[in-house]
Design a protein around this ligand. Structure first.
Ligand code: ADP
Ligand code: MG
Length: 673
């Protein structure tokens, strides 16, 4: 079966279905099956699931009463039923001409005319032998009939050798069947197989396919990691004076968890292959200082460091903070974003190129091709999940192969970490700095907005500051902007004598930075903002946050937003305003955020509600997506695949390549990542 020998139109259609090889056809598995292996008598045919019956057409009339409808009575030795067609072609009417023998496949119901079948599959002529296997129904596309795609698949199955990639010694302990008979079975299961095992994908044949897929993923990730270990990165092994000076200058001591992750990072940096470590810690856990200490190690070793943030506001905050920490120690921290004036940008780029910029902080602009770093040793990426893999790659190509530290507040559930992130080492800060008072969350109906505004005034009188977050309106950021502008006007009017600021995505970067700086200096007490403040913003004196239309936001997003308060020693409050009436899902979601303060648990529930695709940028992560296995239900298979991948690479490495060639053809580029 050669796909490229088919007519181009057919090739196009197959391509639409994601099929470009005979093996793709083989993996094009049925959506469901029809059971035409058993012929029922009309009287005995069960209700509730599709059945095959056969009989003779007794009568056939087209009825025009309400709308055009064809009613035909079909009879066998046991009884009769009515076939009803609401829309039909003349050819279908001919199939049901009086006296014809027909086979009908469909659901039998009690209807207006007694026992009836509505729009059954009709085949003329009886006494044809019955099907021996269940009939597969495939996903298809316009212009490609079931019969056609089934023919292609059957040809592919006949003409493609399917030697097993795994030996019995691996399959037997896992009770997995061989590959060829597994796919054959799934395309044409015998009628004795309970269909529920097929549709629920729990049949051993399904298990085998899922296992193979997961194994390919595990193998490729492990190989990618091995390739990385072959690369050399500068060993960063400073005496540690600079880091010690920084830590001594802080008004706080590091937590145990912070010390532990620092050790993990320092150990990695001293290796001769590039670190690729994900630093995970809930919002407010104190990741920035860890990044700064790691930067000190690289800088003391004479290397440059880049620190990248997803938004300009966040990058600016990092810049301010890093300057305040490191400039007194004589480190040259340089700011570089897309919005810099031409001259400033030229200077920053020059400083990057000649190596005088020891720490380069900014947004994506760092990646622009005009920016070359003389000797990048450590690349730090904050809020890693906001970046796609393309950006991660671009970064890697900047330096030779720098050490990489990625930071994220979005916890990765275990199964995701094991599959999509298996090539990363992970450090977790699982402890918040001491002296934080827990954030109290309140759910308040929007009808009580006035009370909330009074509360704001009281907070400001106590010397605290307030965020008011306007809803995310996905369809329209114009609308979101309008809500923010209106809310700002309303609050400014009602909160006399209090400075109310406004921050939104459409403002110029300088305006945003100026507003944020004023808020940081407490010249603005109430900041009305769109969700631009979601990530990383740090103003410890802000202890009240109001989030409007909380019911519209994602759980992890709410958690991230809420983490903007509760950063200082003051009792903090987060008010979630919702609009009534609330639907059941909205209620359930708000309950989760109300009851949980642990970002991990919230992420788990978020994963449950939204599915893994949304989480942590998995979709653009460049790691092969799973077609058959799913992480929530197949955790056991994932465990097994992980163990087997390990075992294969250690004891039977010759098995790996044939398996990868089958499952991930053309994915060699992955190994270069
Ligand atoms: P995140 O992990 O969300 O990026 P940050 O790095 O912004 O958190 O830290 C939150 C706040 O906690 C900052 O003001 C930071 O200076 C402070 N902080 C960090 N570590 C400690 C610590 N060990 N003790 C007290 N405060 C700390
Ligand atoms: Mg942060």
């Amino acid at each position: 079966m050669q796909i490229n020998q088919l007519p181009p139109a057919q090739q196009q259609r197959l391509l639409k279905l994601g099929i470009s090889s005979a093996f793709d056809l083989i993996l094009h598995l049925p959506l469901r099956y029809e059971d035409e292996t058993h012929l029922y008598t009309i009287a005995d045919a069960p209700f509730g699931s599709p059945v095959l019956v056969e009989g003779e057409v007794l009568s056939c009339e087209v009825n025009y009463k309400l709308r055009k409808q064809l009613n035909a009575r079909v009879k066998d030795a046991s009884g009769s039923l009515v076939v009803r067609l609401m829309n039909f072609y003349p050819s279908q009417a001919q199939q049901l001409a009086v006296g014809k023998r027909v086979r009908l496949y469909g659901d039998i119901k009690h209807g207006y005319f007694g026992t009836e079948m509505v729009h059954p599959k009709i085949r003329v002529g009886g006494e044809v032998s019955l099907q021996e296997a269940l009939s597969p129904i495939y996903p298809t596309t316009a212009g490609m009939s079931q019969a056609q795609i089934a023919t292609f698949i059957a040809k592919a199955l006949r003409s493609t050798p399917l030697p097993d990639t795994l030996p019995e010694s691996i399959l037997a302990p896992l009770n997995l069947p061989d590959f060829a008979s597994s796919v054959q079975l799934l395309h044409a299961p015998t009628p004795d197989i309970p269909t529920v095992l097929l549709t629920a994908r729990t049949h051993p044949a399904w298990q085998r396919l899922k296992f193979d897929e997961l194994l390919a993923q595990q193998l490729s990730l492990r190989l990618a990691r091995a390739v990385r270990r072959e690369k050399t990165a500068p060993k960063i092994k400073p005496v540690g004076h600079l880091a010690a000076q920084l830590i001594a200058s802080l008004p706080f001591g590091l937590t145990g968890a912070q010390k532990r992750v620092l050790l993990e990072i320092t150990r990695d940096l001293a290796q001769k292959h590039p670190m690729q470590r994900l630093l995970q810690g809930d919002v407010g856990a104190g990741k920035t200082i860890i990044a700064a200490v790691a930067a000190c190690h690289a800088i003391e070793s004479g290397l440059q460091v880049s620190m990248l943030a997803p938004t300009e506001i966040l990058a600016e905050q990092h810049y301010q903070k890093l300057v305040s920490w490191l400039a007194p120690l004589g480190v040259n921290v340089v700011w570089l974003t897309g919005s810099l004036k031409a001259k400033a940008k030229r200077e920053a780029i020059a400083a990057a190129a000649d190596g005088s910029a020891q720490l380069l902080v900014g947004t994506h602009a760092i990646f622009q091709s005009s920016v070359e770093l003389k000797n990048l040793g450590l690349a730090i990426v904050d809020e890693q999940h906001r970046f796609g893999v393309a950006q991660r790659l671009a970064l890697r190509e900047k330096g030779q192969s720098p050490h990489q530290l990625m930071m994220s507040a979005t916890p990765i559930p275990r199964t995701l970490a094991m599959s999509f992130y298996a090539d990363l080492d992970v450090s977790v800060i699982d402890e918040l700095p001491p002296g934080r008072t827990p954030i109290v969350t309140k759910l308040i109906s929007d009808a009580r907005r006035d009370e909330v505004i009074e509360r704001i005034a009281a907070k400001v009188l106590e010397g605290r500051q307030v965020y008011w977050v306007c809803p995310l309106i996905e369809e329209s950021d114009t609308l979101q902007l309008q809500t923010a502008v209106d809310t700002h006007a309303q609050l400014a009017e009602e909160l006399e004598g209090i400075a109310v600021g406004l921050l939104h995505g459409r403002m110029k970067p300088e305006e945003k930075a100026a507003t944020m700086a004023a808020f940081q200096r407490n010249e603005i007490q109430v900041l009305v903002a769109t969700t631009v403040i979601e990530v990383g913003v740090d103003v410890p004196n802000a202890s009240l946050m109001v989030i409007e239309h909380a019911e519209r936001m994602g759980l992890s997003q709410l958690h991230q937003l809420r983490g903007r308060v509760g950063r200082g020693a003051h009792a903090s409050l987060c008010i979630l305003l919702y609009t009534t009436p609330l639907g059941d899902t909205a209620k359930a979601r708000l309950k989760v955020i109300y009851e949980n303060t642990d970002g991990f648990e919230i992420a788990r529930q978020d994963l449950h509600i939204r599915g893994p695709g949304d989480l942590a940028g998995v979709k653009q992560s460049g790691v092969p997506m799973l077609r058959f296995a799913d992480l929530e239900n197949d955790a056991d298979l994932l465990d097994a695949a992980r163990e087997v991948a390990e075992q294969i690479l250690q004891t039977q490495p010759q098995l790996a390549q044939p398996h990868l060639d089958r499952w991930l053809p053309g994915r060699e580029s992955l190994l270069k990542v």
